[in-house]
Design a protein around this ligand. Sequence first.
Ligand code: NAP
Length: 312
Amino acid sequence: VSILLIGDLTRSEYESWRERLSACLPASEKLFASDEDYERDDIDIALVANPPAGSLSQLPNLRFIQSLWAGVDRLLSDPTLPTDVPVSRLVDPNLTQAMVECVVAHVLFLHRQIPQYLGQQSSAEWKQWTQPLAMQRRVGMLGLGQLGGAAAQALSRLGFDVVGWSAAPRTVKGIRTLHSAERLNSVLRDTEILVNLLPLTPQTTGILRKELFHVLPRGASIINLARGEHLVEEDLIDALATGHISHAILDVFRTEPLPPQHPFWSHPRVSVFPHVAAATDPDSATQLAANNIAAFRAGRTPVFLVDRRKGY
Ligand code: NAP
Protein backbone atom coordinates (compact mmCIF):
# COMPACT_ATOMS: atom_id res chain seq x y z
CA VAL A 1 0.00 0.00 0.00
CA SER A 2 1.21 3.50 -0.83
CA ILE A 3 0.29 7.16 -0.49
CA LEU A 4 -0.25 9.37 -3.53
CA LEU A 5 0.36 13.12 -3.33
CA ILE A 6 -1.79 14.74 -6.01
CA GLY A 7 -2.86 18.31 -6.74
CA ASP A 8 -2.40 21.37 -8.91
CA LEU A 9 1.21 21.60 -7.73
CA THR A 10 4.40 22.49 -9.55
CA ARG A 11 7.34 20.07 -9.46
CA SER A 12 9.11 22.18 -6.86
CA GLU A 13 5.96 22.29 -4.70
CA TYR A 14 5.74 18.47 -4.96
CA GLU A 15 9.37 18.27 -3.87
CA SER A 16 8.91 20.53 -0.88
CA TRP A 17 5.77 18.66 0.29
CA ARG A 18 7.54 15.32 -0.20
CA GLU A 19 10.52 16.45 1.87
CA ARG A 20 8.28 17.53 4.77
CA LEU A 21 6.03 14.46 4.52
CA SER A 22 8.98 12.05 4.48
CA ALA A 23 10.19 13.61 7.72
CA CYS A 24 6.79 13.06 9.40
CA LEU A 25 5.67 9.68 8.01
CA PRO A 26 7.09 6.37 9.24
CA ALA A 27 9.86 4.95 7.03
CA SER A 28 7.54 2.07 6.07
CA GLU A 29 5.20 4.43 4.16
CA LYS A 30 5.80 4.65 0.41
CA LEU A 31 4.95 8.07 -0.97
CA PHE A 32 4.55 8.96 -4.67
CA ALA A 33 3.90 12.28 -6.36
CA SER A 34 1.31 12.03 -9.14
CA ASP A 35 3.90 12.90 -11.83
CA GLU A 36 6.03 9.88 -10.86
CA ASP A 37 5.67 6.21 -11.84
CA TYR A 38 3.39 4.33 -9.46
CA GLU A 39 0.99 1.39 -9.55
CA ARG A 40 -2.58 2.66 -9.31
CA ASP A 41 -3.65 -0.53 -7.52
CA ASP A 42 -1.12 0.11 -4.73
CA ILE A 43 -2.53 3.47 -3.66
CA ASP A 44 -4.82 3.36 -0.65
CA ILE A 45 -4.39 6.94 0.63
CA ALA A 46 -4.48 10.17 -1.39
CA LEU A 47 -3.04 13.39 -0.01
CA VAL A 48 -4.70 16.04 -2.12
CA ALA A 49 -4.38 19.72 -2.95
CA ASN A 50 -7.08 20.37 -5.58
CA PRO A 51 -6.45 17.19 -7.63
CA PRO A 52 -7.61 17.15 -11.26
CA ALA A 53 -11.26 16.06 -11.61
CA GLY A 54 -11.47 12.35 -12.43
CA SER A 55 -8.03 11.50 -11.01
CA LEU A 56 -9.09 9.87 -7.73
CA SER A 57 -11.68 7.60 -9.37
CA GLN A 58 -8.72 5.97 -11.20
CA LEU A 59 -7.46 4.49 -7.92
CA PRO A 60 -9.40 1.23 -7.36
CA ASN A 61 -8.08 0.57 -3.84
CA LEU A 62 -8.36 4.09 -2.45
CA ARG A 63 -9.55 4.00 1.19
CA PHE A 64 -8.86 7.49 2.58
CA ILE A 65 -8.46 11.03 1.21
CA GLN A 66 -6.67 13.72 3.25
CA SER A 67 -6.93 17.28 1.94
CA LEU A 68 -4.03 19.66 2.49
CA TRP A 69 -6.40 22.62 2.06
CA ALA A 70 -9.15 23.75 4.48
CA GLY A 71 -11.83 24.24 1.79
CA VAL A 72 -12.93 21.06 0.01
CA ASP A 73 -15.49 22.54 -2.40
CA ARG A 74 -13.38 21.92 -5.53
CA LEU A 75 -12.59 18.37 -4.42
CA LEU A 76 -16.25 17.55 -3.73
CA SER A 77 -17.41 19.13 -7.00
CA ASP A 78 -15.73 16.25 -8.90
CA PRO A 79 -18.73 14.07 -9.88
CA THR A 80 -16.47 11.01 -10.19
CA LEU A 81 -15.12 11.29 -6.62
CA PRO A 82 -15.76 7.87 -5.00
CA THR A 83 -18.69 8.32 -2.63
CA ASP A 84 -17.63 5.62 -0.16
CA VAL A 85 -14.11 6.92 0.56
CA PRO A 86 -13.85 9.15 3.66
CA VAL A 87 -12.41 12.63 3.13
CA SER A 88 -10.69 14.65 5.87
CA ARG A 89 -10.03 18.35 5.46
CA LEU A 90 -7.26 20.40 6.99
CA VAL A 91 -8.09 21.96 10.33
CA ASP A 92 -4.94 23.62 11.55
CA PRO A 93 -4.61 25.99 14.55
CA ASN A 94 -1.97 27.95 12.61
CA LEU A 95 -4.36 28.51 9.72
CA THR A 96 -7.11 29.50 12.16
CA GLN A 97 -4.75 31.99 13.83
CA ALA A 98 -3.88 33.48 10.43
CA MET A 99 -7.58 33.87 9.58
CA VAL A 100 -8.35 35.44 12.96
CA GLU A 101 -5.58 38.03 12.41
CA CYS A 102 -6.90 38.74 8.92
CA VAL A 103 -10.52 39.21 10.05
CA VAL A 104 -9.47 41.48 12.93
CA ALA A 105 -7.29 43.59 10.58
CA HIS A 106 -10.06 44.05 7.99
CA VAL A 107 -12.81 44.71 10.54
CA LEU A 108 -10.67 47.33 12.31
CA PHE A 109 -9.77 48.90 8.93
CA LEU A 110 -13.48 49.43 8.21
CA HIS A 111 -14.47 50.24 11.79
CA ARG A 112 -11.82 53.00 12.03
CA GLN A 113 -13.06 54.43 8.66
CA ILE A 114 -9.61 54.07 7.15
CA PRO A 115 -10.92 53.81 3.56
CA GLN A 116 -12.54 57.29 3.93
CA TYR A 117 -9.36 58.85 5.38
CA LEU A 118 -7.20 57.31 2.64
CA GLY A 119 -9.61 58.80 0.09
CA GLN A 120 -9.39 62.21 1.79
CA GLN A 121 -5.59 62.12 1.79
CA SER A 122 -5.57 61.78 -1.99
CA SER A 123 -7.33 65.18 -2.22
CA ALA A 124 -5.61 66.79 0.83
CA GLU A 125 -8.96 66.98 2.62
CA TRP A 126 -8.83 67.50 6.43
CA LYS A 127 -12.17 66.21 7.68
CA GLN A 128 -12.89 64.41 10.96
CA TRP A 129 -15.67 61.86 11.26
CA THR A 130 -17.42 60.72 14.45
CA GLN A 131 -15.71 57.51 15.58
CA PRO A 132 -17.89 54.95 17.38
CA LEU A 133 -16.33 52.41 19.75
CA ALA A 134 -16.23 48.72 18.90
CA MET A 135 -19.13 48.04 21.27
CA GLN A 136 -21.25 50.39 19.18
CA ARG A 137 -20.41 48.49 15.98
CA ARG A 138 -22.42 45.43 14.95
CA VAL A 139 -20.42 42.80 13.06
CA GLY A 140 -22.22 39.86 11.41
CA MET A 141 -20.30 36.60 10.96
CA LEU A 142 -21.62 34.18 8.34
CA GLY A 143 -20.27 30.74 9.35
CA LEU A 144 -19.33 29.76 12.89
CA GLY A 145 -17.01 26.87 12.06
CA GLN A 146 -13.32 26.50 12.77
CA LEU A 147 -12.52 29.87 11.23
CA GLY A 148 -15.69 31.93 11.69
CA GLY A 149 -16.13 30.80 15.29
CA ALA A 150 -12.57 31.76 16.26
CA ALA A 151 -12.75 35.08 14.39
CA ALA A 152 -16.11 35.95 16.00
CA GLN A 153 -14.65 35.31 19.46
CA ALA A 154 -11.60 37.48 18.75
CA LEU A 155 -13.85 40.35 17.60
CA SER A 156 -15.97 39.95 20.69
CA ARG A 157 -12.84 40.18 22.89
CA LEU A 158 -12.08 43.52 21.20
CA GLY A 159 -15.54 44.67 22.28
CA PHE A 160 -17.44 44.38 18.97
CA ASP A 161 -21.14 43.57 19.08
CA VAL A 162 -20.98 40.28 17.14
CA VAL A 163 -23.85 38.21 15.84
CA GLY A 164 -23.04 34.90 14.17
CA TRP A 165 -24.92 32.62 11.79
CA SER A 166 -24.66 28.86 11.26
CA ALA A 167 -26.74 26.00 9.86
CA ALA A 168 -27.32 24.17 13.18
CA PRO A 169 -27.53 25.87 16.62
CA ARG A 170 -24.04 26.86 17.88
CA THR A 171 -22.80 28.44 21.09
CA VAL A 172 -19.80 30.76 20.79
CA LYS A 173 -18.55 32.53 23.90
CA GLY A 174 -19.29 36.25 23.90
CA ILE A 175 -21.46 36.41 20.80
CA ARG A 176 -25.13 36.12 19.93
CA THR A 177 -25.81 33.25 17.54
CA LEU A 178 -28.65 32.48 15.17
CA HIS A 179 -29.06 29.56 12.81
CA SER A 180 -30.92 28.44 9.65
CA ALA A 181 -31.97 30.23 6.48
CA GLU A 182 -35.07 31.63 8.22
CA ARG A 183 -32.93 33.63 10.69
CA LEU A 184 -30.47 35.09 8.18
CA ASN A 185 -32.35 38.37 7.84
CA SER A 186 -32.27 38.84 11.63
CA VAL A 187 -28.46 38.60 11.44
CA LEU A 188 -28.27 41.07 8.58
CA ARG A 189 -30.74 43.75 9.69
CA ASP A 190 -28.41 45.71 12.01
CA THR A 191 -25.07 44.43 10.71
CA GLU A 192 -22.70 47.22 9.69
CA ILE A 193 -19.74 44.98 8.81
CA LEU A 194 -20.54 41.55 7.35
CA VAL A 195 -17.82 38.86 7.27
CA ASN A 196 -18.29 35.74 5.13
CA LEU A 197 -16.62 32.53 6.31
CA LEU A 198 -19.11 29.99 4.97
CA PRO A 199 -18.05 26.92 3.02
CA LEU A 200 -19.05 26.85 -0.66
CA THR A 201 -22.04 24.53 -1.08
CA PRO A 202 -25.14 24.59 -3.31
CA GLN A 203 -26.96 26.40 -0.44
CA THR A 204 -24.31 29.12 -0.04
CA THR A 205 -23.32 29.73 -3.69
CA GLY A 206 -24.30 33.31 -4.61
CA ILE A 207 -25.45 34.10 -1.06
CA LEU A 208 -23.80 37.56 -1.20
CA ARG A 209 -26.29 38.99 -3.68
CA LYS A 210 -28.74 41.85 -4.20
CA GLU A 211 -31.42 40.42 -1.88
CA LEU A 212 -28.94 40.04 0.99
CA PHE A 213 -27.36 43.48 0.43
CA HIS A 214 -30.81 45.10 0.64
CA VAL A 215 -31.46 43.68 4.11
CA LEU A 216 -28.20 45.20 5.42
CA PRO A 217 -28.52 48.80 6.63
CA ARG A 218 -27.47 51.50 4.14
CA GLY A 219 -23.70 52.08 4.26
CA ALA A 220 -22.80 48.56 5.47
CA SER A 221 -19.52 46.95 4.35
CA ILE A 222 -18.74 43.38 3.40
CA ILE A 223 -15.63 41.25 3.81
CA ASN A 224 -15.51 38.07 1.72
CA LEU A 225 -12.75 35.68 2.81
CA ALA A 226 -14.40 32.37 1.88
CA ARG A 227 -14.94 31.73 -1.85
CA GLY A 228 -15.44 33.95 -4.90
CA GLU A 229 -18.56 32.00 -5.90
CA HIS A 230 -20.32 33.22 -2.74
CA LEU A 231 -20.51 36.68 -4.30
CA VAL A 232 -22.64 37.85 -7.23
CA GLU A 233 -20.13 40.38 -8.52
CA GLU A 234 -22.56 42.46 -10.63
CA ASP A 235 -24.90 42.86 -7.63
CA LEU A 236 -22.00 44.16 -5.51
CA ILE A 237 -21.00 46.67 -8.18
CA ASP A 238 -24.63 47.91 -8.32
CA ALA A 239 -24.90 48.11 -4.51
CA LEU A 240 -21.61 50.09 -4.35
CA ALA A 241 -22.88 52.46 -7.07
CA THR A 242 -26.03 53.33 -5.07
CA GLY A 243 -24.00 53.65 -1.85
CA HIS A 244 -26.06 50.93 -0.17
CA ILE A 245 -22.79 49.06 0.34
CA SER A 246 -20.03 51.50 1.25
CA HIS A 247 -16.96 49.26 0.93
CA ALA A 248 -16.04 45.67 0.07
CA ILE A 249 -12.90 43.81 1.06
CA LEU A 250 -12.45 40.81 -1.21
CA ASP A 251 -9.82 38.08 -0.79
CA VAL A 252 -11.37 35.48 -3.10
CA PHE A 253 -12.77 35.69 -6.62
CA ARG A 254 -14.72 33.65 -9.17
CA THR A 255 -11.65 33.77 -11.41
CA GLU A 256 -8.25 33.67 -9.71
CA PRO A 257 -5.93 35.37 -10.40
CA LEU A 258 -8.40 38.26 -10.81
CA PRO A 259 -8.05 39.31 -14.49
CA PRO A 260 -6.19 42.66 -14.91
CA GLN A 261 -9.18 44.28 -16.66
CA HIS A 262 -11.63 43.35 -13.89
CA PRO A 263 -13.50 46.44 -12.52
CA PHE A 264 -12.70 45.49 -8.89
CA TRP A 265 -9.03 46.37 -9.35
CA SER A 266 -9.71 50.06 -9.93
CA HIS A 267 -12.91 50.45 -7.91
CA PRO A 268 -12.34 53.13 -5.25
CA ARG A 269 -14.50 51.28 -2.72
CA VAL A 270 -13.21 47.77 -3.26
CA SER A 271 -10.04 46.47 -1.59
CA VAL A 272 -8.58 43.51 -3.51
CA PHE A 273 -6.37 40.89 -1.87
CA PRO A 274 -4.90 37.95 -3.84
CA HIS A 275 -6.35 35.06 -1.77
CA VAL A 276 -4.00 35.57 1.15
CA ALA A 277 -6.32 35.53 4.16
CA ALA A 278 -4.98 32.26 5.58
CA ALA A 279 -2.63 30.07 3.60
CA THR A 280 -1.87 26.46 4.50
CA ASP A 281 1.26 26.32 6.68
CA PRO A 282 3.16 23.42 5.04
CA ASP A 283 5.00 22.44 8.24
CA SER A 284 1.96 22.16 10.50
CA ALA A 285 -0.26 20.81 7.68
CA THR A 286 2.23 18.00 7.02
CA GLN A 287 2.31 17.01 10.67
CA LEU A 288 -1.49 17.05 10.93
CA ALA A 289 -1.85 15.00 7.73
CA ALA A 290 0.73 12.48 8.99
CA ASN A 291 -1.14 12.17 12.32
CA ASN A 292 -4.40 11.50 10.49
CA ILE A 293 -2.76 8.91 8.25
CA ALA A 294 -1.35 7.21 11.36
CA ALA A 295 -4.87 7.16 12.86
CA PHE A 296 -6.27 5.63 9.67
CA ARG A 297 -3.51 2.98 9.54
CA ALA A 298 -4.17 2.11 13.20
CA GLY A 299 -7.86 1.54 12.42
CA ARG A 300 -9.02 4.69 14.22
CA THR A 301 -11.41 7.21 12.68
CA PRO A 302 -9.45 10.12 11.14
CA VAL A 303 -10.32 13.57 12.50
CA PHE A 304 -12.14 16.36 10.65
CA LEU A 305 -14.03 14.11 8.27
CA VAL A 306 -16.12 15.97 5.72
CA ASP A 307 -19.86 15.32 5.83
CA ARG A 308 -20.36 14.47 2.15
CA ARG A 309 -24.13 14.98 2.45
CA LYS A 310 -23.74 18.54 3.78
CA GLY A 311 -20.82 19.29 1.44
CA TYR A 312 -18.39 20.63 4.08
P1 NAP B 1 -16.29 24.85 8.81
O1 NAP B 1 -15.55 24.57 10.07
O2 NAP B 1 -16.81 23.71 8.00
O3 NAP B 1 -17.50 25.82 9.20
C1 NAP B 1 -18.51 26.19 8.31
C2 NAP B 1 -19.55 27.03 9.03
O4 NAP B 1 -20.51 27.48 8.07
C3 NAP B 1 -20.31 26.22 10.09
O5 NAP B 1 -20.60 27.02 11.22
C4 NAP B 1 -21.60 25.85 9.36
O6 NAP B 1 -22.73 25.65 10.17
C5 NAP B 1 -21.83 27.10 8.52
N1 NAP B 1 -22.69 26.80 7.37
C6 NAP B 1 -22.48 25.94 6.36
N2 NAP B 1 -23.53 25.94 5.51
C7 NAP B 1 -24.43 26.81 6.02
C8 NAP B 1 -25.71 27.24 5.62
N3 NAP B 1 -26.31 26.78 4.50
N4 NAP B 1 -26.37 28.15 6.40
C9 NAP B 1 -25.80 28.62 7.53
N5 NAP B 1 -24.57 28.26 7.96
C10 NAP B 1 -23.89 27.37 7.21
O7 NAP B 1 -15.41 25.72 7.81
P2 NAP B 1 -14.10 26.59 8.15
O8 NAP B 1 -12.93 25.73 8.40
O9 NAP B 1 -14.46 27.60 9.18
O10 NAP B 1 -13.84 27.30 6.74
C11 NAP B 1 -14.82 28.12 6.09
C12 NAP B 1 -14.37 28.44 4.67
O11 NAP B 1 -13.30 29.38 4.68
C13 NAP B 1 -13.77 27.27 3.88
O12 NAP B 1 -14.78 26.43 3.36
C14 NAP B 1 -13.01 27.98 2.80
O13 NAP B 1 -13.87 28.20 1.70
C15 NAP B 1 -12.67 29.34 3.41
N6 NAP B 1 -11.20 29.54 3.57
C16 NAP B 1 -10.63 30.62 2.99
C17 NAP B 1 -9.27 30.84 3.12
C18 NAP B 1 -8.61 32.05 2.51
O14 NAP B 1 -7.37 32.16 2.53
N7 NAP B 1 -9.34 33.00 1.97
C19 NAP B 1 -8.49 29.96 3.87
C20 NAP B 1 -9.11 28.85 4.45
C21 NAP B 1 -10.48 28.65 4.30
P3 NAP B 1 -22.77 24.46 11.27
O15 NAP B 1 -21.83 24.93 12.37
O16 NAP B 1 -24.16 24.41 11.72
O17 NAP B 1 -22.27 23.23 10.57
